[in-house]
Design a protein around this ligand. Sequence first.
Ligand SMILES: NC(=O)c1ccc[n+]([C@@H]2O[C@H](COP(=O)([O-])OP(=O)(O)OC[C@H]3O[C@@H](n4cnc5c(N)ncnc54)[C@H](OP(=O)(O)O)[C@@H]3O)[C@@H](O)[C@H]2O)c1
Length: 157
Amino acid sequence: MITLIAAVSENFCIGKNGELPWNIPEDLKHFKRLTEGHVVIMGRKTWESIPEKFRPLPKRKNVVITRQTNYPVPEGVEVFSNLEEALLAFSQQSVFIIGGEQIYSATIEKADQLEITHIQKTIPDGDAFFPAIDSNLWENVSEETHENFSFVTYKRK
Ligand SMILES: NC(=O)c1ccc[n+]([C@@H]2O[C@H](COP(=O)([O-])OP(=O)(O)OC[C@H]3O[C@@H](n4cnc5c(N)ncnc54)[C@H](OP(=O)(O)O)[C@@H]3O)[C@@H](O)[C@H]2O)c1
């Protein structure tokens, strides 16, 4: 099963200058709770956006996608130059695609589920975006509302 997990502003922004444009500890806890024990696949830029002391993300198989050869990563982290090969390698496991824009855009068509934190904020000067969530394709199956954000699960119709 392939799940895309992302925190998204009202204008679908996910990043600015290589970072998250907000700091929401409850969302980081939610991310940890959902992804622990599973495979997390991320683009090289997202990997580099995680401070060194927090990566690899513990209790998860960390997979980094890059076209660079011999890209250095700590022991236990797997690097793939081909996204399809990475998805195939872990096709029998629960895989979370954790960003960023390039990797979300390349995988949304293959995803079974989206775990989206909708953040009630507009980021006017963001530079990374989540693809459109087409309501003809995706059904909102659960929603947990908080003061400034909500956790929504979408399943493919
Ligand atoms: N809000 C959220 O939930 C969330 C989650 C994650 C990330 N983000 C944000 O998203 C932004 C980063 O997104 P991004 O789109 O710039 O970068 P990204 O998707 O994290 O990484 C892009 C890199 O991945 C590699 N790559 C992409 N497609 C590939 C393919 N088909 N085959 C092989 N390698 C491939 C390339 O690495 P090389 O250049 O090394 O070849 C490319 O430069 C940051 O601002 C980050 O904070 C937000």
